[in-house]
Write a protein that binds this ligand. Sequence first.
Ligand SMILES: *Cc1c(COP(=O)(O)O)cnc(C)c1O
Length: 383
Amino acid sequence: MNTKQNRIYLSSPHMSGDEQKYINQAFEQNWIAPLGPNVNELENTLAKYSGVKHASALSSGTAALHLSLILLGVKAGDEIMVSTFTFSASVNPIVYQGASPVFIDSERETWNMDPELLEKALSERIANGTIDKVKAIILVHLYGMPSKMDEILNIAGTYNIPIIEDAAEALGSKYKDQPIGSFGMMSILSFNGNKIITTSGGGALLSNDEQLIEKSRFLATQARDAAPHYQHSQIGYNYRMSNVLAGIGRGQMEVIDDRVEQRRANYDFYKSIFKNVEGVSLLEEPEGMYSNRWLSAILIDFKRFQLSIPDFQAALEEDNIECRPLWKPMHMQPIFSKYECYINGTSEELFNMGICLPSGSNMSDDDRQRILDSICKLLNIGH
Ligand SMILES: *Cc1c(COP(=O)(O)O)cnc(C)c1O
């Protein structure tokens, strides 16, 4: 490996410079304990930016998703419809609750949940009288691309099933000019280190329903009753975001629009490289969709280039450049293989031909040139 050149990461943290200011304020005011002014300010900013009335800042996106299911009363024996093409964190909280995921495959235009398969899964449950077991749809907007909201909302409305948007990868994306995260009964965000903005670790729950968000804050702080002593009538969790980390989030939210622009510029860069290359394609934005382009991915006809995904990764690794296969669909994961799924082959095909390329908002022109050189050499294309 060429270690003389800096490593180019898939997606690394990119500070604005103001994070330290808010962290210092927390220290000066001794708000090191969880909660405090940074948490309140971050919640207000997130809600406003995402076009919802309320937000609670939490310890992770996974925690937010877990609380959303608890708030809906999800329990053993229930079913949750969930995108199969996602990261495992979209599914784990379903199993924490003892409920069963039902995996729904993707459609080709957005790579997100296929409305036709969702409709099939729900109509079958109407026919066999088990629709009451279905408590929610967890809808993932993968790599920042919005799902087909009109179709999904229509189906969810027909069958009266609440939508939880997994917008962990899609902060800043829009569908018909409306922010992603504002469509579901609840939505979750993640501020893990590799997301479009980070608090080093953190997440949020969004909703227009004040009671749900109030309840999420209560559950996330060990579910203490309003009593003079420590009294509990429900099981609680320790899921709140600390006031120190929320300071990082405040600094990050000041530059979110720049970050979306920078990620979209990365996509345009890759698009320009491959626009005349047979056998390589990128996911286009369908009409009315606006993606934050969290990660840019290419689909490669590996046969044509006589290469495999590991070959591709190894070649870029030689030049100290990180890249990664697309998410392995959940219905193909050993731990989830026993659950029901509605499959059309799309996510498996995408998994077999896709590579995520470096997409950080902090990439330099030099970085982009190195990536260009490395890929052109490997695929034997001119530039
Ligand atoms: C990152 C991610 C999560 C989980 O977020 P954490 O903050 O890491 O817990 C959930 N869903 C998707 C699609 C993600 O990419």
